[in-house]
Design a protein. Structure first.
Length: 263
């Protein structure tokens, strides 16, 4: 069981985004104090000021911006306080062998162990879980899943594995109780599946419900080897044409990643 860790929130560094709810308080001006929801364009609507662009700013930066605007035309020496009342814009999802799977918000810089602590810790014994992190495509480019050996982080002190999370990350925790492979990306039922002798990459995709809409037909098998990763590209179209040699036999711990097709 993962020991619960103290939760450190870096709210002062949190950059506001769409759907966050802010509490704006103007001292001695209750008519100007209000809750304001950041719209899809990154703006909030404030009395007298109208729309104010706040997306990408911290609460302190928003406070200074609003103070300047009120002071310029409306209030002498305004005293303003801005806080995030509801964090809605930056979330990650935790799935698999944790005690409380679900969505969790990033309140500033948040690392993997903090989120696992919020999720109640891993549900497998001895900290032997393998963690796979799927990250949103950046500038139209897919990134390979990140893998973390929780044992190396907690028992061997490899703190590089306590990586900084990004909004939209999907964190899958595999308990590794039985030999398994992990199917991630654009499939209908991503997750871990029991490995058996003779299991191929294409068969693992079928176990995961097959391809989701928009999935590429070139899949990647990511295999750990001497603390390094080996990537094997498989063209499913060749397999469907009868070229079974294009498929490969899987090994326990392999990750089968199905990216999005961009064409």
């Amino acid at each position: 069981m993962l020991i619960a860790l103290p939760l450190f929130l870096f709210a002062s560094a949190y950059k506001v985004g769409s759907k966050d709810v802010l509490q704006v308080t103007v001292w001695n001006h209750p008519e100007l104090s209000m809750e304001a929801t950041v719209n899809n364009e990154g703006n909030i609507q404030l009395p007298l000021l109208g729309e104010v662009k706040v997306a990408g700013l911290t609460c302190e930066e928003i406070r200074k911006l609003i103070t300047e605007k009120y002071q310029k035309d409306f209030i002498k020496d305004p005293q303003i306080f801005v806080a995030v009342k509801e964090y809605n814009s930056q979330k990650v999802m935790v799935l698999g062998a944790v005690n409380n799977p679900g969505d969790y918000v990033l309140k500033g810089e948040t690392r993997l162990l903090e989120i696992l602590s919020q999720a109640g810790g891993v549900s497998s014994e001895g900290g032997k879980a393998k963690i796979i992190i799927m990250r949103k495509p950046q500038e139209g480019k897919e990134s390979s899943p990140l893998t973390v050996d929780l044992y190396n982080v907690l028992r061997k002190g490899n703190w590089k594995g306590n990586i900084l999370l990004k909004p939209g990350d999907v964190i899958y925790v595999s308990g590794e109780e039985v030999p398994s492979v992990h199917v991630m990306g654009e499939v209908k039922k991503p997750g871990s599946y029991a490995w058996k002798e003779g299991l191929t990459a294409f068969e693992a995709v079928l176990l995961a419900g097959g391809f989701a809409e928009g999935a590429s037909r070139k899949i990647k098998v990511i295999r750990g080897k001497d603390d390094k990763e080996q990537n094997i590209i498989i063209n499913v179209k060749e397999i469907l044409r009868g070229n079974k040699e294009s498929d490969i036999l899987l090994k326990p711990g392999d990750i089968i990643y199905v990216p999005t097709s961009w064409f």
